[in-house]
Design a protein around this ligand. Structure first.
Ligand SMILES: Cc1cc2nc3c(=O)[nH]c(=O)nc-3n(C[C@H](O)[C@H](O)[C@H](O)COP(=O)(O)OP(=O)(O)OC[C@H]3O[C@@H](n4cnc5c(N)ncnc54)[C@H](O)[C@@H]3O)c2cc1C
Length: 529
């Protein structure tokens, strides 16, 4: 990537933007623009400018000004994605950083809604709601310390709460979206003159239209999510399996029961990476959180003590493992659900092991994003596909076969693979193959990983051969997922979304894009536009 300085004819735009957002919030420095033009996997075309609006009104004026001068505008939230969702694909592009739009506008415990600006992080929302005994049904991805609610809604995401309540979109009630000409459009009941944004379904679902669009249709500015009361009691379970298919089938059967808040698993490859990274010391650091998270002090301390006694040896002879949380208003209900899960696991040939992993994950849900690098400083990138529950074992087997065909080349280049799998609601199974390879870090890694952790990691030289092999395998996976009829979150500019659409489906989407963004200036390339 070459660094450019702004062309003279761009300078008036810089001044006009600064008049809207203030001098300090228009970034012209080439190195800083380079940072904002890269995601966790790769770098795009260098953005001409980066703008950081501080209010929805400023956001709307910035977008209107830029598009009136034929600049493309790209939304960027926490920057925690890896599918080129916000990386520019052309010159004359502004990256709009939404992180100053970080106000929690209204927590309404009477109507059970919360309205936020798009740049609020999941961690900030979780902290504010927990203090009131409230939560959103889906309550964040593992990257929630940095990932924003606007970013997660734009590419959809899954993890905390998704086992029962589905991914991000299913917790959303209403939006206010800035379109390409700067117009602010309200959806759901918020689109009624003088009404509150308390209900999603009033006429055609305009809220849904903008969810998962990877920022191709507009800027989500304000977002209203549904609230529920925190379920105070939890049970945790971890289970080992000797075979991939047995675990996939057991997890699918658990999902069908709709009783697991989170249900996630690792293959031997990912487990190896995790065990290298997560020592008992990290578990011990988490103990204070486990102790504090207990529904009573005694329960918290008891659970923390169990982790310390169990250590890490319980994973030594485990091949595949799955980790589950159940939660309820009463402890007996959470425990009964876990008993049902134990019965399913037993019927599929699994066995129970120490439940340290789900307990620690829940006690401190939004930890620093150190896992965006491998345990020895390698680069990391996941790919994923979402398939029907009945198809999970078959698709996973096909990916394994693809990986086996690359085994020798992977070994030669030091490329390692693993899998994270998880279930979503009662109807979907997400398979996430993950790559690790020795290669130079990007600036985004240096800024996102804790410095104490970073300083212990190996520094790798640029390694085009290994990176090329990962790119080739990633392409192979995308094709395989398309053949398998898989769905994707994080479509960005990476997955074969447009290629896979039925012509009539694409034509309708294209007409919608033209209605909201006639000049094609909102996040060009995203979704395949
Ligand atoms: C360590 C790590 C762990 C992760 N764990 C998970 C996980 O558990 N579950 C999961 O689903 N994902 C996970 N991810 C992936 C990613 O972090 C999430 O999907 C997250 O939701 C991205 O949010 P963000 O704010 O960083 O979005 P960004 O990366 O900034 O943007 C994502 C997309 O949304 C668009 N966008 C951003 N803000 C707006 C807006 N206001 N309006 C319109 N478009 C917008 C961007 O243009 C881009 O296309 C993980 C990533 C990392 C690095």
């Amino acid at each position: 990537m070459t660094l450019q300085t702004p062309r003279p004819n761009d300078l008036p735009l810089t001044g006009d933007l600064a008049a809207i957002v203030g001098d300090g919030h228009v970034i012209t420095d080439p190195a800083e623009r380079a940072f904002y033009s890269q995601d966790v996997y790769s770098a795009g075309t260098l953005a001409d400018l980066v703008v950081r609006p501080g209010s929805v009104e400023e956001l709307s004026k910035v977008v209107a000004l830029a598009t009136s001068r034929d600049y493309a505008v790209v939304p960027r939230g926490g920057g925690m994605s890896y599918t080129s969702g916000y990386t520019p694909v052309r010159e004359r592009t502004l990256v709009v950083d939404t992180q100053r739009l970080d106000r929690i506008i209204d927590i309404n415990d009477q109507d059970m809604t919360v309205t936020v600006e798009c740049g609020v992080t999941w961690r900030a929302l979780w902290e504010a709601l927990s203090a009131k005994g409230l939560r959103t049904p889906f309550w964040g991805p593992l990257s929630g310390i940095r990932a924003t609610i606007g970013g997660s809604l734009s590419q959809n995401s899954t993890f905390f709460g998704a086992g029962q309540h589905g991914p991000t979109p299913e917790s959303v009630l209403a939006l206010e979206v800035v379109l390409a000409d700067g117009t602010l459009v309200a959806t759901g009941s918020g689109g009624t003159k003088g009404a509150k944004p308390f209900f999603r379904h009033y006429g055609p679902d305009l809220t849904g239209l903008f969810l998962g669009d990877t920022g191709a249709l507009g800027f989500k500015a304000r977002i209203t999510l549904r609230l529920m009361k925190v379920l105070a009691h939890q049970a945790w379970g971890s289970f080992a399996f000797d075979e991939r298919d047995a675990m996939a089938k057991a997890m699918a059967a658990i999902a069908r029961e709709g009783i697991a808040s989170e249900c996630f698993g690792f293959d031997p490859g990912l487990q190896k990476q995790r065990m290298k990274r997560q020592s008992l010391m990290t578990d011990l650091n988490a103990l204070k959180n486990v102790a504090a998270a207990g529904s009573s002090l005694v329960k918290g301390l008891t659970e923390a003590a169990k982790i310390a006694v169990a250590g890490r040896r319980f994973m030594d002879d485990v091949l595949y493992s799955c980790h589950i949380v159940t939660e309820a208003r009463l402890q007996i209900a959470a425990d009964t659900a876990m008993d049902d899960i134990r019965a399913i696991v037993k019927a599929h040939g699994g066995r129970e092991i120490e439940n340290t992993i789900p307990k620690v994950t829940r006690a401190d849900p939004f930890v620093p994003t150190n896992s965006m690098l491998g345990p020895e400083g390698e680069r990391w990138v996941p790919v994923h596909g979402i398939v029907p529950l009945s198809q999970a074992a078959e698709t996973w087997g096909k990916i394994d076969a693809l990986f086996a065909s690359y085994a020798d080349r992977c070994q030669a280049q030091g490329v390692e693979t693993g899998y994270l799998v998880t279930t979503i609601s009662t109807n979907a199974f997400l398979i996430e193959p993950v790559f690790y390879w020795p290669d130079a870090r990007l600036e985004i890694h240096d800024r996102s990983v804790e410095s104490a952790y970073l300083s212990k990691l190996k520094v790798h030289a640029p390694n085009a051969a290994a990176a090329g092999l990962v790119a080739e395998m990633r392409d192979g996976l995308k094709k395989l997922f398309l053949e398998q009829g898989a769905a994707h979150f994080q479509i960005g500019k990476a997955y074969l979304y447009r290629e896979g659409r039925k012509p009539e489906t694409w034509a309708l989407l294209d007409a919608i894009k033209k209605a909201v963004d006639p000049k094609g200036l909102i996040n060009p390339g995203s979704l395949g536009f």
